[in-house]
Design a protein around this ligand. Structure first.
Ligand SMILES: [Zn+2]
Length: 60
């Protein structure tokens, strides 16, 4: 069985380390939580664009 663990999409900006959650948003800062499975934590921040896309979608 595969756990659906997500990580705060903005943890690099808001936290000192990745904040994991099973919910849709970060329990600490309220930012969207993204699935941590597809990509490892790359210092190049592959989530930057994804995070902006989520915010754009939520606004509509
Ligand atoms: Zn957070």
């Amino acid at each position: 069985m595969k756990a659906d663990i997500r990580v705060c999409a903005a943890w690099r900006e808001r936290h000192d380390r990745p904040v994991y959650t099973l919910g849709d948003t970060c329990p600490e800062c309220g930012e969207p939580a993204v699935n941590s499975a597809p990509a490892p934590f790359d210092p190049a921040d592959p989530y930057g664009e994804y995070r902006r896309a989520i915010k754009r979608r939520n606004r509509q």
